[in-house]
Each structure stands twice: as structure tokens, then as C-alpha cells.
Design a protein around this ligand. Structure first.
Ligand SMILES: [Zn+2]
Length: 441
């Protein structure tokens, strides 16, 4: 989307190198900008400035009108920075526009015109994967909106509907008693407590099953990229959205996504979102590359606390856990520390349930295509560490395999995949109905 083309990347990198080579004429310390990117989302908007050397910058927020003024030292205003102006989308929740100018001979000033006051976070990332140095500005809202309010409202609406259905059923039941021949005695009318509503209706009231669906990667982290350029982050978002819609059609079930746009969500944040809705299940969706291009088939993973079930599983977990490095997290943000500490309290009960749901899902995936492994594999995936939510990670296929990349693109194949995932999830809950949820949402 906002990615610079590889050719442009090389060209700019080359210029940077050139500037360094001609250091004696005074361009020595000017940093070469490689690319600029903007990732808008309701949760936060990220601006990334990628350069061939670490950048120094200071930011201040000004009011009336709200704007963020960013001064970047030792850079010349170039085309890459000017591109930022055109990369702001009209529907960006936070940014109205960006202006750039050479403020001083060696200082470029970015003025980010805001649609609302923000809590900016600024941090730098070391070169990793395909990226050079990155300077990141995350613009968070000053009041964290509850992205789950909609889900809860939805849930309440569904419960009210269910209660209405029970009332109707009860009414019918009482009505049928009324119609029955009057008892001989004139004892007061008894309420027909023991035969209340049908078990199905009762279950609807007792609880709604909430499934957190986690499309892997996003934003700065594209995930794996297929031979013809299909990006994991895009295909898993499509599958996750379809699965959400599919599960929402099930009575008594509600699904939420940990991200519903192309932006990066840190691993611990994905888990936090699931815990905030007291999800009954966490399903992370991926379509990774593998060491061997010919590798094919789906796999399902659960957490392991004592080592990985295979070398491949360990490799895959390391790869997925690197998502935070590529996607870019602010390691100084306090909540990240607290969250990581909490996530180390994983329990064996969670793993036991995760294996159960994993087996059901794997059993259904068999009908869609090849399985990479017939057993649920285990490794230390950070995203599966919710201590209290059964959590699985599904590698739907290997995007690195040309055949599987083609399938992943195919809407029909995606539909079959979604049906299999939904069927596996359904079977798990049929056998393992969740306990009543505490009503403290
Ligand atoms: Zn992945």
C-alpha cells in the first residue's frame, strides 16, 4: 500500500551510500531517507520513516488547531519525505494532513495536522528483516476507545433476543397449562418451574460463546510473501473476516477480530484484546513460508511450556515471535512489560484444552487439503500465552509453496477453509461447553 517499490528502495539506498562516500564535501552526516509509510487504523495511526542511518528527532504537540510538530535532524528534504504528504488517507482517524519543509539547513520539519488530540509515542527500531533503521510515531487517542463495545452491545442484543425467546417459550408453556383441564383442588396456581425452557434456549441465556480471531502480522509486518507476491498479512485478514462472519451466523456465538485493518498489533496486545472480552477461544490465523519451498499442508499449533514438539515447530514459533521485531513495538511502553509478565503464567489446563480444540480443527482441515502433520504440534508461541483462554495457531497453508499460494488466493478454497475452521470450533464447543461467564464485562 504505502510501501516503496524495491527499485526505489535500492535507488535511495544507493544515494545514501553515495552521500556517505562524498562525506568530505559536507553531506557526510545527512541521513538518506529510504521510505515513509503511514498505517491508519481506528486503534492508532503509525508513521514510519525508514532511513539508512538512525535518525534524531523531537516532537511536540500544539493546540488550536491540534498538530504534532516533528523536527528531524541531519536530513535534507527529499522526494521520499515529500511523499508523506500524499500518503495520508482521507479516512485516517487521526491525521488530517501532513506538511513538510526544510525548517533549517539541516532540519526537516513535519507538521502533522490532527483530527483529534493524540498521545504520541516515538521510538526507533534497529535494522531487521528487510528494513533499515526506522523512526516510528504512533498516534494513539488520548482516551482509549473500547473497540469491544460493539461486540458487547451485540452480545447484549443477542441475549435480550434469547431472553425474549425464552419468555415466549415460557408463555406458551404456561398457556398450555392454562388450557389443560383445571385441577380438582382450588390450590393457588403453581409456577411451572421444573420444566422451564428447553436446554438450547437456557444455554443461549447462560452464555454466549466468544471467539477471538487473530489475523497474523499486519502493517509494517507483512508476514511471509508468496512466490508471486501474495502477502500473508492480507490473505489471513481475508480468511479471518470470513470466519468471523461465518461464526456470527451460529446461534449463541460471537466472534471478534484482534485487527480488522492493515496495521500492526503487538503480540501481547492481541492476547489482551481476547482477554478483555473474556474470549472462550483464541484462534490465530497464519499462512507462513517454510524453510523448504516444497513444504505443503496445514498445521495446527498449541502452546508448549517445556520445549517444542519438533524442530520445525520450534522454528515456526521463533519466526512468529519475531513479528514484534518486524512489526515494531515500543519496548518502553509500560503496559507491554506488565502484559508480558502476566503471559508467563500459562497453565497446563489451558494447553490441555488447546490440544482438544486443535485436534477438532485439524480433523476438519483434513477434508480441505493436505495436512503438514497429523498431530497438533506444540511450541512456545507468544501469541498463545493467554493463561485462561484455549489458544491455537493455525497455519492454513504454506504461502511459499506455489500451489498453496494459488489456493490461498482462491475464494472457493478460502471458503472451504473457513467452513473447516468453523466446523472444528463448533465440534469443540459441542463437546466442551464453556462455563458461565462472570458478568463483569
Ligand atoms: Zn505468520
Amino acid at each position: 500500500m504505502t510501501e516503496a517499490s524495491p527499485a526505489r528502495r535500492r535507488a535511495l539506498g544507493g544515494l545514501g551510500a553515495l552521500a556517505l562516500a562524498f562525506g568530505v564535501v559536507g553531506a557526510a552526516h545527512a541521513r538518506g531517507i529510504v521510505a515513509v509509510r503511514v498505517w491508519p487504523a481506528d486503534e492508532y495511526t503509525r508513521i514510519t520513516i525508514e532511513s539508512d542511518a538512525a535518525l534524531r528527532a523531537s516532537a511536540q504537540q500544539l493546540g488550536g488547531p491540534d498538530r504534532l510538530v516533528i523536527d528531524i535532524d541531519d536530513v535534507e528534504l527529499d522526494d521520499a519525505l515529500r511523499e508523506l504528504v500524499g500518503k495520508v488517507r482521507p479516512d485516517d482517524p487521526f491525521i488530517a494532513a501532513v506538511r513538510v519543509g526544510q525548517y533549517q539547513p539541516r532540519v526537516v520539519r513535519l507538521v502533522v495536522d490532527l483530527k483529534q488530540p493524540v498521545q504520541p509515542q516515538q521510538f526507533a527500531l534497529e535494522p531487521v528483516a528487510a528494513y533499515r533503521h526506522r523512526l516510528v510515531f504512533d498516534l494513539h487517542p488520548t482516551v482509549e476507545p473500547d473497540p469491544l463495545l460493539a461486540l458487547i452491545r451485540d452480545k447484549e442484543r443477542a441475549e435480550q433476543q434469547a431472553q425474549r425467546a425464552v419468555r415466549d417459550a415460557l408463555g406458551e408453556f404456561i398457556g398450555s397449562l392454562d388450557r389443560a383441564p383445571a385441577p380438582a383442588s382450588s390450590a393457588p396456581v403453581q409456577t411451572p418451574a421444573p420444566r422451564a425452557p428447553s436446554p438450547t434456549l437456557q444455554k443461549k441465556i447462560d452464555r454466549l460463546i466468544v471467539v477471538a480471531i487473530d489475523p497474523g502480522h499486519g502493517g509494517e509486518d507483512p508476514g511471509a510473501i508468496g512466490p508471486t507476491g501474495l502477502r500473508e498479512k492480507d490473505v489471513v485478514l481475508a480468511v479471518a473476516r470470513a470466519l468471523r462472519d461465518r461464526l456470527n451466523r451460529e446461534p449463541g456465538m460471537r466472534a471478534m477480530l484482534t485487527r480488522d485493518a492493515d496495521y500492526f498489533v503487538p503480540l501481547h496486545e492481541r492476547v489482551r484484546k481476547a482477554r478483555r472480552v473474556q474470549a472462550d477461544l483464541f484462534v490465530s490465523i497464519h499462512a507462513d513460508a517454510f524453510m523448504r519451498r516444497e513444504a505443503r499442508g496445514a498445521s495446527v499449533y498449541a502452546l508448549s511450556t517445556n520445549g517444542a514438539s519438533s524442530a520445525a515447530a520450534r522454528w515456526m514459533a521463533q519466526r512468529e515471535n519475531a513479528s514484534d521485531l518486524v512489526g515494531g513495538i515500543n519496548v518502553r511502553a509500560a503496559d507491554a512489560h506488565v502484559m508480558r509478565a502476566l503471559l508467563d503464567m500459562s497453565t497446563t489446563a489451558q494447553i490441555k484444552d488447546s490440544l482438544k480444540v486443535g485436534r477438532e480443527v485439524l480433523g476438519q482441515m483434513r477434508h480441505v487439503g493436505h495436512l503438514h502433520k497429523r498431530e497438533v504440534e506444540q511450541a512456545g508461541f507468544a501469541v498463545l500465552k493467554a493463561p485462561d483462554i484455549p489458544s491455537i495457531l493455525v497455519e492454513t497453508a504454506f504461502i511459499s509453496n506455489p500451489d498453496e499460494e494459488r489456493k490461498l488466493r482462491d475464494a472457493r478454497y478460502q471458503r472451504r477453509l473457513v467452513d473447516a475452521l468453523a466446523a472444528g470450533i463448533g465440534r469443540y464447543f459441542a463437546k466442551n461447553p464453556p462455563l458461565a461467564r462472570s458478568r463483569t464485562l
